[in-house]
Design a protein. Structure first.
Length: 242
């Protein structure tokens, strides 16, 4: 935390006033909601952590509890610990802290919270992903999506800021019909170890001509032969085709 002083109070807040739309929050998970609704015990209903900001009562922690309360006719108010004077970045930091000891939020949720907190590395990665036309998601299902946030951060350190966008753009162009895989991301970034310059237009044209499916097959063969799926092993599969 920043050390900023905040006021705090505990109240019963009308459920209609609880705002569940904070950008750093994870999505509502229907299977968890259904399980709690089917075995609801008011004794286990813990207070929500609320930030009073700009006239809103924002749920920093307890989104699922707040959602359930809004669905139940027998609940009119919810117990809340209300903080005043927090910025959105400080709310996001509290969200991560409160969810790091028990069941941790997903990496994409934490990453989004880091962006709101002002984490410069996360902000840079998000900007570069957007420039490359890629979307960070928890579960990749369609073209233009990428889910390997920890691998993405590692590759940023490996390639440096100057080559990072070129790696992302190449992955995006190759994967115009499929999501971006961790192995492809590793392989494109790992070409640096073979002195193959991914920013060279001739190299880019050659890689795109080879295409995703041949590259993916070659990466699979290389990782099986080498016994690992590290950057260099994945890059070996691509280098063999160039």
């Amino acid at each position: 935390m920043t050390g900023r002083n905040t006021e705090m109070e505990v109240v019963q807040l009308p459920k209609e006033l609880v705002d569940l739309d904070a950008a750093y929050q994870r999505p509502i998970r229907p299977h968890i909601v259904n399980r709690i609704m089917n075995h609801f015990n008011p004794i286990l209903f813990r207070p929500l952590t609320i930030s009073k900001r700009d006239g809103r009562y924002i749920a920093v922690d307890g989104k699922t509890r707040g959602y359930i309360a809004k669905q139940r006719d027998d609940i009119r108010t919810v117990p809340c610990i209300i903080h005043e004077g927090l910025s959105e970045a400080e709310e996001a930091e509290i969200f991560v802290d409160l969810n790091s000891d028990a069941k941790k939020p997903g990496r994409s949720v934490v990453f989004n919270a880091r962006v709101i907190m002002g984490d410069q590395t996360a902000i840079f990665i998000k900007q570069q992903l957007e420039l490359a036309g890629l979307e960070l998601v928890a579960s990749v299902k369609k073209p233009g999506q990428i889910g390997a946030i920890e691998k993405t951060e590692f590759i940023l350190k490996q390639t440096g800021q100057e080559n990072f966008l070129a790696v992302l753009k190449m992955c995006a162009e190759l994967c115009n019909t499929v999501p971006v895989s961790r192995k492809l991301l590793s392989g494109i970034a790992g070409l640096k170890s073979f002195d193959i310059d991914i920013t060279d237009p001739k190299i880019q044209k050659r890689i795109l001509k080879i295409g995703f499916y041949r590259i993916n097959e070659s990466i699979t063969m290389a990782t099986m032969q080498l016994g690992n799926a590290g950057n260099k092993a994945c890059a070996t599969g691509i280098a063999r085709l160039i």
